[in-house]
Design a binder for this molecule. Structure first.
Ligand SMILES: [Zn+2]
Ligand SMILES: [Zn+2]
Length: 195
């Protein structure tokens, strides 16, 4: 979004507010995003601080994400905020400044596109999960464990112990009905805690 700042140029302390709906198409390139469900709602205040233009505000957008454990879709609202300065002129100061990336006003306009994109991308959770205790997929058959019993005997076994479970299967003790029952009970507890 490009903002025209001619109304506050040369007037230190002056500000204006912008509320706008913006396309959120860029989010479609994010692997966790299945689809963008609506426009980005942006609410910004731009202030002439004398040295710079301060852009402060918030954005939100409804998206459908994919759970990283069970791969099922989930709808959520991404929310982000910003408080960023746009320099009035490109700044070539000391070394410290060179390391930092600055936004710069372009004539009588501020281009907030990257600012909004970055804020929303940062707001994405590191790991998308449909619920904190989502049991994910059965490592044996790939069915979602939350859907119910997939029929695999030892889905609660740690993947790192899988080679060990193969050994256990070979031993006659592991094949006793009692052991199978134990597995069933453990699994049921997992499902109860979800509700
Ligand atoms: Zn899930
Ligand atoms: Zn299974």
């Amino acid at each position: 979004m490009r903002l025209n700042i001619s109304g506050i140029q040369g007037r230190e302390g002056a500000s204006f507010r912008v509320r706008r709906h913006l396309p959120g198409d860029f989010l479609n390139t994010v692997p966790e995003v299945i689809q963008v469900l609506g426009p980005i709602a942006a609410d910004l205040k731009v202030t002439n601080t004398g040295d710079a233009y301060l852009v402060a505000g918030s954005f939100s957008v409804d998206v459908q994400l994919r759970c990283s454990r069970c791969l099922e879709p989930l709808n959520t609202t991404l929310e982000a905020s910003c408080e960023e300065e746009f320099l009035k002129t490109p700044h070539f100061g000391d070394e410290e400044d060179l390391l930092e990336e600055h936004y710069v006003a372009e004539g009588n306009e501020l281009d907030t596109t990257n600012l909004i994109r970055e804020a929303l991308l940062i707001s994405l959770p590191m790991k998308v999960v449909c619920s904190p205790d989502c049991p994910g997929l059965c490592p044996s058959c790939g069915e979602p464990l939350a859907a119910g019993e997939c029929g695999c005997p030892s889905t609660d076994i740690d993947i790192r112990l899988a080679p060990l479970s193969k050994l256990l299967e070979l031993s006659p003790q592991a094949a006793t009905p009692e052991r199978r029952k134990d597995h069933g009970i453990t699994q049921e507890k997992t499902f109860q805690s979800k509700d």
